[in-house]
Design a protein around this ligand. Structure first.
Ligand SMILES: NC(=O)c1ccc[n+]([C@@H]2O[C@H](COP(=O)([O-])OP(=O)(O)OC[C@H]3O[C@@H](n4cnc5c(N)ncnc54)[C@H](O)[C@@H]3O)[C@@H](O)[C@H]2O)c1
Length: 322
């Protein structure tokens, strides 16, 4: 357990999960070095707003740059000497990765190699790395457990996340640095990436638009509220020295069908959804569902935000009340 305040580097700190995590670490008295290149995948102003909230108190340093620039990153970590690195920076999103496999491989695979090497050179003593439920592909066996086969990813994004896990295993094997990979299951809440379904559906319903939905509505996802994810990341950061190398699912163990999700969003926004169906997208998995047995036992991970409550908080944020 990290009881004394430490310096922790967070890559992707201007993003959705990274900014929430950085805020929680600052609230616990840690110093945070946030690393982000403000990738143009979505509007820079949204990321600046995320970072503004962090910079208002003490203890936060923003380092703007590309994790693939290994010389720059190594100098930064050598200077800041963080106790640990939480590596969240990535090109996220399944569908755009089908159009840009090279960009995803660069940011996610080369970028992770650069982070691991800079961390080794700076003597970092623990690493927490973002993976994804997408590594499970279309495995028909549910719920998805960490020891299930993950050798059939169906999108370039998923393949890069699986590659990150293998890189982390090798890094731990060679350096002995305690290293974990966290398989996040569809994260939502205030500041959610604008490309993701929940926020985008809320905005379109509020604007009176018809929702265009891929597939027949029967796909399902294990939607996980951001505060539960942040609690899991912090617990993993604190406990990974006991484990060496470890993979943990961080989900909610409560899969929801897309048509049920849309009905729930309609209830929260107060609009009856109108829907048109379009063919399913290549690269999208049919279902996700986290087996949390390992995370509950080893991290005391306990997701506590019901979907309706999480949706209400995200809608309050979008409507400017949150
Ligand atoms: N949001 C989810 O549902 C979800 C699910 C599974 C896994 N993940 C993973 O969690 C992590 C965070 O996701 P998010 O939803 O917060 O995404 P996000 O896009 O909001 O945050 C990622 C941040 O990384 C930064 N970044 C991208 N490439 C970079 C580079 N080369 N150098 C420096 N910074 C760079 C971006 O500017 C962005 O601010 C990612 O690794 C993602 O793959 C997210």
């Amino acid at each position: 357990m990290t009881t004394t305040p430490a310096t922790i580097a967070v890559t992707g700190a201007a993003g959705f999960i990274g900014s929430h995590l950085a805020g929680a670490l600052l609230a616990r008295g840690h110093r945070v070095v946030g690393i982000d290149n403000f990738d143009p995948f979505y509007d820079r102003s949204l990321k600046e707003e995320n970072v503004r909230g962090l910079a208002s108190g003490g203890g936060f340093t923003l380092a703007e740059g590309d994790i693939c620039d290994s010389a720059w990153l190594s100098r930064l970590l050598a200077r800041e000497r963080p106790e640990g690195v939480v590596h969240l920076a990535a090109k996220a999103g399944v569908r755009p990765s089908v159009e840009d496999p090279v960009g995803y491989a660069r940011a996610n695979v080369l970028g992770t190699a650069s982070v691991l090497e800079a961390a080794r050179a700076a003597g970092v003593s623990r690493l927490v790395v973002a993976s994804s439920s997408s590594v499970y592909g279309n495995n028909p066996k549910t719920p998805f457990a960490e020891d299930d086969a993950v050798d059939a990813p169906i999108s370039p994004y998923a393949a890069t996340k699986r590659a990150c896990e293998l890189q982390c295993f090798t890094h731990h094997h060679l350096t002995g640095t305690p290293t974990c990979c966290l398989r996040f299951f569809t994260v939502y809440g205030p500041r959610q990436r604008p490309d993701l379904a929940i926020g985008s559906f809320m905005r379109r319903l509020a604007a009176g638009e018809t929702l265009s939905v891929y597939g027949d509505g029967s796909t399902s996802r294990d939607y996980t509220y951001i505060d539960d994810i942040v609690a899991g990341v912090i617990s993993a950061y604190e406990r990974i020295p006991r484990f060496g190398y470890r993979v943990w699912n961080l989900g909610s163990d409560h899969p929801v069908r897309l048509d049920e999700l849309i009905a729930a969003i309609g209830g929260v926004v107060g609009v009856e959804p109108r829907i048109t169906h379009t063919p399913p997208l290549a690269g999208d998995v049919e279902r996700t569902w986290a087996d949390l047995t390992r995370a509950r036992a080893e991290l005391d991970y306990a997701p506590r935000t019901p979907l309706e409550e999480g949706l209400r908080r995200q809608w309050a944020w979008i409507a400017g009340e949150g």
